[in-house]
Design a protein around this ligand. Sequence first.
Ligand SMILES: *[C@@H]1O[C@H](CO)[C@@H](O)[C@H](O)[C@H]1NC(C)=O
Ligand SMILES: *[C@@H]1O[C@H](CO)[C@@H](O)[C@H](O)[C@H]1NC(C)=O
Ligand SMILES: *[C@@H]1O[C@H](CO)[C@@H](O)[C@H](O)[C@H]1NC(C)=O
Ligand SMILES: *[C@@H]1O[C@H](CO)[C@@H](O)[C@H](O)[C@H]1NC(C)=O
Length: 512
Amino acid sequence: MQKFVRITSLVLASFLAPFVVGQDLYSEYPSRSAILGGWSGPPLPSSASTSNHTRMSPHLNVLGYVTPWNSDGYTLTEQYRGKFDAVSPVWYTLKPTLDDATKYAMAGGPSTSAEVAWYRRLTEHSVDEVTGETLPPVKVLPRVLLDNWSTQQYKQLLSSFLEGMALTEAIVAEVVLRKYDGIVFETGAVWALYEPLKMLAERLHAEGKEIIIVLPAMRENQTESNELVTSAAKALAPLVDGMHVMTYDHLGPMGAPALFERQLPAHSPLLKDGVRTPGPNAPLTFIKENIHVIQGGEVDDSEDADFAQSEGNQQVFQPGTSSLQSDYGTINATSDAYAASPSAILSKLLVGISMYGYEYPIAFMDDVGVPRLTTPPSSPISTKDNSSEEQAKYRARADQRDASRQVTPILGQPGKAITIHYLIDVLLHNKALVRRDEPSAENYIEYVKAKEDGSMHQREDGSQAPVAWYRRAYFPSPRTIEERLNIVEESRAGGVALWDVGQGGAWLLHRL
Ligand SMILES: *[C@@H]1O[C@H](CO)[C@@H](O)[C@H](O)[C@H]1NC(C)=O
Ligand SMILES: *[C@@H]1O[C@H](CO)[C@@H](O)[C@H](O)[C@H]1NC(C)=O
Ligand SMILES: *[C@@H]1O[C@H](CO)[C@@H](O)[C@H](O)[C@H]1NC(C)=O
Ligand SMILES: *[C@@H]1O[C@H](CO)[C@@H](O)[C@H](O)[C@H]1NC(C)=O
């Protein structure tokens, strides 16, 4: 009953939001000042009994990665621990040793006593200070990465069950010693490792521990590697406790091949190869299509199937069937006896949710390849920054200008992933207009910022000034996260995997 009332008031609040509070943190277009004022704070109260720990999607399994290089994640996973089922600190790599006795060794682990104390606190019960409710332990499943293994090293692992046993023991010893709840296992060749993974999973389960594996996202027109992913999911689902599919970096730093709305003249330099255009991190159809295909659905060949257009960014290891001799036994990974049903695959699926954005340096080119100088659209004057009408007026003006100019944004150089701290710095220095990319539900802003290499140019009066670049940054807001979660819920996938918690700021956790 309590829960029902809470949900109702939430629905009402978000229904009324556009009319009452204007451009708040949870709007499709959160205002610049709402972001600056709210990105790190607690959730805006939707009822007196909600807290940092109140789940908005209680039946989704939530895994959050924490990386030492975005260390806000350590704090955030505690401040919002009630929203997480499991946390994966990105701590370990595993490599072959040159020692015949041990064969494999784990490297890494918690590097300070504070990190040890952090993960131990997560694995204990806690209490929500606001509601007084008991919060269950959060599972700690550190990531173990087979970092940059060579084909030869994979072949060695597959050559004998003794190799698989040695790898298993190296991992299990650390898990037991540190009292972790299990691991997340990541390798670029997960589809090739059925036998060692089966061994590892059975040993971990015998110790009462869990294993989650990581799968690459499927991409348009990469039939061969997509089939490897779907057959791996089918074969491995029965063995593991979860499968995280990395549904982000749809375009990555290189963007997409530029498409021009009008026929380009034959002499246009834009017709030559390699002209790229920016795009969002994770279109909603890309996420949807991945969930659909991985459970065994048909690939959607229609035009709006939004698989990536980037090529060859995933190195595929295929051991082949040729001369490789193995004494792992007669297990056949692809035999139907071991293959999971679509619903079994779905229930294990943790859909990747990116907590970061992309910034691209761009120039607007007309059809004949001449750059058109322009100023970035700005947000309304600060006192009207939260006014829905004023924001809509500014957006309409920017849209109209875009539509009337017959230009295409072209990458000046590769883009890069950006975190909330970067975005906040940009917003502090630029009164940028917050816009929205509908197909991804991501927001974007445009602004001018000095080039990273510090290059200078001479002004007419002889003085020096930094060379600046026009840029577009795509980023997720709470509304983006909400729309991605809606897809995961509608598809009945088991849950989500957040990469990574420390990149996004507290506001992205509010709608979990
Ligand atoms: C807009 O609203 C946010 C809260 O959503 C607040 O932090 C910010 O100060 C407001 N901006 C203005 C200019 O009133
Ligand atoms: C809730 O999270 C915010 C950070 O977003 C933090 O400042 C605050 O202390 C947390 N509240 C509680 C009661 O833990
Ligand atoms: C990966 O391994 C190869 C040798 O197998 C080495 O040459 C290369 O530097 C390594 N790359 C990284 C990023 O460690
Ligand atoms: C994928 O292949 C189809 C048919 O060959 C082609 O029309 C389409 O442009 C390709 N898409 C990409 C992104 O390469």
